[in-house]
Design a protein around this ligand. Structure first.
Ligand SMILES: Cc1cc2nc3c(=O)[nH]c(=O)nc-3n(C[C@H](O)[C@H](O)[C@H](O)COP(=O)(O)OP(=O)(O)OC[C@H]3O[C@@H](n4cnc5c(N)ncnc54)[C@H](O)[C@@H]3O)c2cc1C
Length: 468
């Protein structure tokens, strides 16, 4: 097919770009290197036959909040919500539970109920307009459509707290062990040293999303979402080819090319003006992850049974412990007691062939150390007897992750460091960073604003520019 537009890479950003272009009447060819479509939305039987594991994203709150995904009507995609959005177990006291309901969550925080309402609650009460505003973020690039003044004002107030390091927000606004720990657990999703500016912002947004849209997953596995998007593309006359890795732009014959790749890959694919190329090569990748998937013979035996209902569980204990673990990863060291992010899909979805579980911890970019024992020790700490439930396990360190998906450079699942500098310079400082100096060539991956997560907004912005 001679295409009007070629999209390289079928992660959520590539898929959204492809659909936006196809809906605007363009003939779209989507090329994906892997055998499965979806990028970090793909699922596979990683452990035992019939067990569905998500290779990457499972908890798709951002998809529900994203204008790009809300525009799509995808038959066969059903979101399921766990009874509890997130849990944060502690050694010597009950776990902190983040419910969909704001007041219930605040009540559970006792002495920090007011702090939760004043920080996370304030963001949650603005609701979807704030989330949309953040997904089309404030920066040098134009905001379109322009947000209402009241949203702007509230976003500015939110921005003051969001700009802080998570450790500062936790220590200044919260006074209980529980309150401070849950802020750290949320903020650590950013993969930043929690003493870095804006690490509080990531935590506040994620926590607020739990109250605004919930932290749902796709019944049957995230692959269903990717497959539904590919089916929709084909129904619009587009073509989607998997197992086709693009190495150079010269291979492509189309007036518009949208690349769901990171800066280093783009620099290797094209002859770029030297100044732009240098800026791309200065782009920094963040820590990597070491991920484990398990097939279990039953639910995780959490010491606090309330954790069983949570889709996501943050392990690592107190603010101090989590901050130390994240500082180690950011400094290029392995923490012996790392922050571990656990996802238990069975809390919401019984259709994945039994009790499947995944978890990762942050490691230095490109790390080769096997973190299986360390991660399982953190699980044993909060769920004694966990190892006895394991029927099979599958491990992926940074090299294995990058082999499955070249965008996961050195195991970085965020498409680049989420620092303040790279919040506004993603991957370069520009009013429209999705545009490149090559005519008709656009970038759309998580290395463009608004960054990591399944929201498709990079693809949406790139397609919007391409259609202009
Ligand atoms: C383990 C893990 C857990 C995560 N958990 C969550 C979560 O729960 N919730 C959430 O919101 N986000 C999560 N994320 C992050 C989220 O998945 C990513 O931010 C998001 O998928 C980025 O989308 P993308 O389209 O930019 O790129 P990707 O999803 O990385 O897709 C890029 C695609 O491009 C393809 N590609 C690259 N180069 C080429 C080439 N040269 N030729 C052809 N194809 C190419 C790749 O094979 C890949 O399929 C997670 C990520 C990982 C890895």
């Amino acid at each position: 097919m001679r295409a009007d537009a070629v999209v390289v890479g079928s992660g959520p950003n590539g898929l959204v770009a492809a659909l936006a272009l196809a809906r605007a009447g363009r003939k779209v060819l989507l090329l994906e290197a892997a055998e499965r479509f979806g990028g970090a939305l793909a699922s596979a039987e990683l452990t035992l036959p019939g067990r569905v594991h998500d290779l990457g994203a499972t908890v798709l709150a951002m998809a529900l909040a994203s204008p790009a995904f809300r525009e799509l009507r995808l038959p066969g995609v059903e979101f399921a919500h766990p009874p509890v959005a997130a849990a944060h177990p502690l050694d010597d006291r009950p776990a902190v539970l983040v419910h969909r309901d704001l007041s219930r969550t605040a009540e559970g925080l006792g002495g920090d109920a007011g702090a939760w309402l004043a920080t996370v609650g304030a963001a949650a009460r603005v609701g979807l307009p704030l989330m949309e505003f953040l997904l089309k973020p404030l920066g040098p690039w134009p905001l379109w459509p322009p947000p209402r003044p009241v949203t702007l004002a509230r976003a500015a107030r939110f921005g003051l707290a969001a700009a802080l390091p998570a450790t500062t927000l936790a220590r200044s606004a919260f006074r209980t062990v529980e309150g401070r720990a849950v802020v750290a657990g949320m903020a650590a999703h950013s993969m930043l040293d929690l003493r870095s500016p804006i690490s509080a912002g990531y935590g506040l947004v994620l926590a607020a999303l739990a109250h605004v849209v919930g932290w749902p997953l796709v019944r049957g596995g995230s692959q269903r979402l990717a497959d539904a998007m590919v089916a929709e593309l084909r129904s619009l006359g587009g073509e989607a080819v998997s197992g086709h890795r693009v190495r150079r732009l010269e291979e492509l014959d189309a007036p518009t090319v949208v690349l769901d790749v990171t800066p280093r890959q783009f620099a290797a694919m094209a002859d770029l003006p030297p100044a732009y190329r240098r800026r791309l090569l200065r782009y920094r990748y963040g820590p990597g992850v070491f991920k484990l998937d398990w097939a279990l013979d039953g639910p995780v035996p959490w010491r606090d049974p309330a954790v069983a209902g949570a889709g996501t569980v943050h392990l690592g204990g107190t603010l101090e412990e989590i901050a130390l673990s994240e500082a180690e990863a950011a400094a290029g060291r392995h923490s012996p007691r790392p922050y571990v992010l656990v996802v238990q899909p069975y809390a919401a979805d019984p259709t994945r062939g039994g009790h499947t579980l995944w978890a990762y911890c942050h490691v230095p970019n490109g790390s080769r150390l096997d973190m299986t024992g360390v991660i399982e020790a953190q699980l044993e700490r909060y769920a004694p007897g966990f190892r006895e439930r394991v029927l099979a396990r599958h491990a992926m360190g940074p090299a294995a992750l990058e082999a499955v998906n070249p965008n996961l450079v050195g195991g970085d699942i965020g498409g680049g460091l989420a620092s303040l500098g790279q919040f506004v310079r993603r991957p370069v400082w520009s009013p429209a960073p999705w545009r490149t100096p090559l005519p008709g060539v656009f970038l759309c991956s998580a290395s463009t604003p608004p960054g990591a997560g399944v929201h498709g907004m990079g693809g949406w912005q790139a397609a919007r520019l391409a259609l202009r």
